[in-house]
Design a protein around this ligand. Structure first.
Ligand SMILES: [Zn+2]
Length: 420
């Protein structure tokens, strides 16, 4: 097994910072120090300047109790958090990948690392309280109790408050690692943010993504390069494109849009096709999870038996099923938006290629397989026309983000793309 940070693609600065913190954490253990330096607002962004501010003398200066990993989708937030957890449990260094601490953490079986993935079922306050309580116990391995919360932006408000209490007065050997798209108040509360050190991840370069696809997933180099460029820095999407023929087919359908726009009717048809493709993709991605969750909940409710708790359980059952359906519906909506957004990003890539060709900019195309078509567009539209079309796609994304009905936004975009 290679070093635990090997799969964190194109994030060299973050890796340096995390290794330094893991080394500082190990020094704290060696010194038998009681507590770490809190991450207050003053040391909130984890920059080198902060370490300078603390003089770099305190071995705990590089390590804090609460962290937030932020970055665009596919940049590797949860990969970073898990690798850091392993580095903290590493008994040989800062994430050697070989020792039992690294192995069990990466494999998900380390007794002192808890991974919370609020997929669909968001983390409620009860679960969070139990988690915080367990996280306060002495680490059985003698190092750190680490709690990784993926999608911390999906905490309920009450759960967030329970977490905040723990972060405000952290037990000496407990570390919280949160993952969220950004530190915007919509994603993470300002008070939690103010207690955490932030590790911003960036969109990894295509070459780095291709390298990991070849090394880790055994994908042929030419396919990996194509997929990494086409996925525009999204590691998971690059892997899907390289491996899943259905994902490739959906992408090809999206990139066929520009040549299908021959009139008003065709523009509306293209809009319908794009929306329906996104719906189909979203449905495929959530149906299985929905069925599994519902079966699990029904089993749990049905297992109530005839004991004293049974009457209460039955009363609560209808409410719980309703709550589950509500969450599944919101997840389906989110999956649709995500699928549509991926399609729009692909389409934007095509017009971006046309624009860079019209400008004769010395950059590689995003979509090598439609480069000829983009070149033809560049000749026909010039830079200005290509830019207007690129802007129409980006405006559509912004409109959907601002809650304009997707069909209306996509129809307006298709008309704009056709008219130029
Ligand atoms: Zn190790």
């Amino acid at each position: 097994m290679p070093d635990v940070f090997a799969d964190l693609v194109g994030q060299d600065e973050a890796v340096v910072e995390l290794r330094r913190a893991a080394a500082a954490a190990a020094a704290v253990l060696r010194a038998g120090a009681a507590a770490l330096v809190p991450a207050g607002p003053a040391s909130g962004n984890g920059s080198a300047a902060d370490d300078a501010a603390t003089g770099g003398l305190d071995p705990a200066a590089g390590m804090t109790h609460a962290w937030i990993f932020t970055g665009p989708p596919g940049s590797g937030r949860s990969v970073a958090a898990r690798a850091f957890a392993a580095a903290l449990q590493c008994v040989h260094g800062t994430g050697c990948g070989e020792c039992p601490g690294c192995h069990t953490t990466m494999g998900g079986s380390h007794a002192d690392v808890r991974l919370v993935v609020p997929e669909g079922l968001s983390i409620g306050v009860g679960e969070m309280r139990a988690l915080v309580l367990r996280a306060a116990s002495t680490p059985s391995g003698g190092r750190w109790q680490v709690v990784v919360i993926e999608d911390a932006d999906r905490l309920t408000e009450a759960a967030g408050n329970a977490l905040l209490k723990a972060i405000e007065e952290p037990p000496p050997r407990t570390v919280f690692l949160l993952c969220a798209p950004s530190t915007h108040p919509d994603d993470i509360s300002v008070t939690i943010r103010s207690r955490c050190r932030v590790v911003p991840l960036r969109q990894p370069p295509a070459a780095a993504v291709a390298e990991v696809l070849v090394r880790r997933d055994g994908i042929a180099p030419d396919v990996a390069q194509w997929a990494a460029a086409a996925a525009q820095g999204h590691v998971g999407r690059a892997r899907r494109l390289a491996r899943d023929p259905e994902a490739r087919k959906r992408r090809e359908a999206v990139l066929a849009v520009p040549r299908r726009l021959t009139g008003v009717g065709a523009a509306f048809d293209a809009a319908s096709a794009l929306i329906e493709a996104a719906e189909a993709e979203a449905e495929a991605s959530v149906t299985e999870a929905d069925t599994t969750e519902r079966a699990a909940l029904e089993t749990a409710l049905g297992a109530g038996g005839t004991g004293r708790g049974a009457a209460g359980a039955i009363r609560g059952a209808a409410g719980q099923l309703k709550e589950l359906e509500k969450r599944q519906k919101s997840r389906a909506t989110r999956a649709q938006r995500d699928a549509l957004d991926r399609a729009l990003v692909d389409l934007a890539g095509f017009y971006r290629d046309a624009l860079t060709m019209a400008l004769r900019a010395p950059v590689a195309p995003v979509h090598t397989d439609t480069a000829t078509l983009a070149g033809a567009g560049a000749q026909k539209w010039d830079a200005e026309g290509a830019l207007r079309r690129l802007e129409a796609v980006l405006a559509c994304r912004a409109a959907i983000e601002a809650n304009v009905k997707p069909r209306i936004a996509v129809e307006a975009m298709m008309l704009a793309l056709w008219k130029g």
